[in-house]
Design a protein around this ligand. Structure first.
Ligand code: PGA
Length: 279
């Protein structure tokens, strides 16, 4: 008997235009990753500025997520309630549920202050804090268990790109941390491709490199979960994304928005990145 996936795939093949409309229905994101920047008062001021400018733009069709330091989350959450398409995000969480882990912050704690999204697998955590695929996988599971959304980062370092091994490298990261998930869970994950050599360096991957990698990732998702599921999953780009290059990057077929570091700390620049998404 044909599965539901086969049925949808058949419709997709029958009607290419309908398929394109479907692709456009993927949720579009702009996610700000403040990293270890701002204190509480400058963080709140930044959000007020972003709100002030964003109010006058046509940005309701984009999901904006602000990932502040842990210390700001509770206060920031109150501000974010004012704009329905803004959500609260955290930059990290513990890979354990609770217990004697001095200094760690659990998924449950983050949920209790209104966090909906949590970044996992960022290269800065993989590199500086030795986070393994196993740990990242455990974090993904805990986040999904609480009904929240992981923003899963993957990306190759410079030497891997220079050796032209980036596809195998990135797909292994995805396979190790995500491919144990059933289909109904994988659709709750937001993926972010962030080439390590482009993060905070001012060096952006070119549009051919970005589209090629995003397409490779989507094909791998389709192979594992079927095309319909793969077409539902948002894949963001991160790495020196700014207002000047966002329109070109966000216009690529398999790019569904951006994970923004440095540029998310400048209100005007960040809102211009949000506006770069065409309806
Ligand atoms: P960047 O950082 O925009 O400053 O390059 C992106 C990220 O680390 O998520």
């Amino acid at each position: 008997m044909a599965s539901l996936t086969d049925f949808f795939n058949a419709i997709t093949i029958c009607d290419q235009n309908e398929h394109l409309t479907y692709l456009n229905m993927r949720t579009k994101y702009v996610i700000g990753n403040w990293k270890m920047n701002t204190d509480l008062s400058s963080g709140l001021k930044l959000v007020e500025e972003i709100f002030e400018i964003a109010q006058h733009t046509d940005s309701e069709h984009i999901k904006v997520v602000l990932c502040s330091p842990f210390t700001h989350l509770s206060e920031l959450g109150k501000f974010l309630q004012k704009l329905p398409h803004f959500s609260l995000g955290a930059q990290n969480t513990s890979h354990k549920k609770n217990g004697a882990l001095t200094g760690e912050i659990s998924v449950e704690m983050l949920k209790s202050v209104g966090v909906e999204y949590i970044i996992v697998g960022h290269s800065e955590r993989r590199d500086h804090f030795r986070e393994s695929d196993e740990m990242i996988k455990a974090k993904v599971d805990l986040i999904l268990e609480e009904g929240m959304k992981p923003v899963f980062c993957c990306g190759e370092p410079k030497e891997i790109r220079e050796a032209d091994q980036q596809n195998a490298y990135v797909l292994k990261q995805i396979e190790n941390a995500l491919f144990h998930l059933p289909a109904e869970q994988i659709t709750k994950v937001v993926l972010a491709y962030e080439p390590v050599w482009a993060i905070g360096t001012g060096l952006t991957a070119n549009t051919d490199q970005i589209q090629a990698m995003h397409q490779t990732i989507r094909q791998a998702l389709a192979q594992k979960y079927g095309q319909t599921i793969a077409d539902e999953i948002s894949i963001l780009y991160g790495g020196s994304c700014k207002a000047s290059n966002a329109p070109e990057i966000f216009g690529l077929t398999d790019v569904d928005g951006g994970l923004i570091g440095g540029a998310s700390l400048i209100a005007n620049e960040f809102v211009n990145i949000i506006s770069a998404h065409q309806k």
